[in-house]
Design a protein around this ligand. Structure first.
Ligand code: SF4
Ligand code: MG
Length: 322
């Protein structure tokens, strides 16, 4: 199968200004050489602590940002440098859902106006056809037709996320970048939204890049999972495998941090020491070495490459696991 999305060696470096000097000499290497692919109709989970660059990566893929280097092939076409009109068809094909719908939905517009807007921008149908589509979208995401005249603040967090999803699917996209879409919601509401995303994927053949800081959230939705640390992917595996046979010490620590309901196992729960180092001055060698429980001498100077050890399982670590 040809991938829908093929990202190669993607970099997004932001200049950092020091004091009043406008000459930027330092860079925040938010995304520092990421390669990944997503097949049609597939979900790739992307997991890492906050500040690891996962949102920046998502924004490059949906072309809210223009990456510093690397390529983004969407259906075979490199979209990484396209601008203006040339980007318009991909704005339809690739959509985004955000963590906080209140920030992404215009508070002064009614839900009807919010959902009609992408249809107007992309010149879809006349007014009557657009309003019919708006009512259809509300029905698909499980909101009543009367929502059309209401404002975002009149809805709960879960309902607002449904509005965000309705807007994202309005133009029949092929890929949706979901940036922590359930992180701000109560656990019971989280599963409703995850179920909705799952159903939509089945019905519409959507592919997802599903970003989360928590491995537990992506478990039931991901076909494959990528673990990101300080601007790089450190491990890729099929969904189940990440949980049963994590190889990279960072992935292992994320698994260990998933809360376990069994009180007897509580004592075993490990919490990763220290914070994520700054992407402006990443540690030499393996970026994870200052926090790694299995660090070796060579890790301090030699950066491990991301190597595929078996079909669909790759990790970047000097340790050999069997
Ligand atoms: Fe730990 Fe070394 Fe592997 Fe990095 S390369 S994760 S420091 S063992
Ligand atoms: Mg984020």
């Amino acid at each position: 199968m040809k991938p829908l999305l093929q990202v190669s060696d993607l970099q997004m470096h932001f200049p950092v200004r020091e004091g009043i000097l406008l000459r930027a000499r330092k860079f925040n290497r938010a995304v520092d050489g990421v390669s990944l692919h997503i097949n049609p109709g597939e979900t790739l989970g992307l997991v890492g602590e906050s500040g690891c660059g996962k949102s920046t990566l998502g924004r490059c893929i949906s072309r809210l940002y223009t990456p510093t280097a690397g390529s983004i092939l969407f259906a075979g076409q490199d979209i990484s440098r396209l601008r203006g009109k040339a980007l318009l068809p991909y704005r339809r094909d690739i959509q985004m859902i955000f963590q906080d719908p209140m920030e992404s939905l215009n508070a002064r517009h009614t839900v009807g106006e919010i959902l009609e807007e992408p249809l107007v921008i992309h010149r879809m149908g006349d007014k009557a056809q657009r309003m019919a589509r708006v009512r259809q979208l509300l029905d698909i995401v499980g909101l009543p037709a009367r929502s059309v005249t209401r404002y975002p603040f009149e809805f709960s967090g879960g309902q607002r996320q449904r509005i965000g999803i309705a807007r994202a699917i309005a133009l029949n996209p092929r890929l949706i970048v979901c940036d922590e879409p359930v992180s701000a919601l109560d656990v019971s509401i989280q599963s409703q939204i995850l179920n909705l995303l799952n159903d939509l994927q089945q019905e519409l053949g959507l592919a997802y890049l599903f970003i989360a800081h928590d491995l537990a959230v992506v478990k039931h939705i991901s076909d494959r999972v990528a673990i990101m640390y300080l601007g790089n992917i450190v491990e890729y595996a099929a969904g189940e495998r990440v949980y049963s046979e994590p190889a990279h010490p960072y992935t292992r620590s994320l698994i260990a941090a998933i809360p376990v309901p069994d009180p007897h196992r509580k004592a075993q729960r490990q919490v990763l020491a220290g914070d994520v180092p700054s992407p402006i001055n990443p540690p030499a060698g393996c970026h994870f070495h200052p926090r790694c429980p299995e660090v070796m001498e060579r890790c301090r100077s030699e950066a491990p490459e991301l190597i595929a050890r078996e079909h669909d399982h790759a990790y970047a670590c000097h340790l050999e696991r069997d």
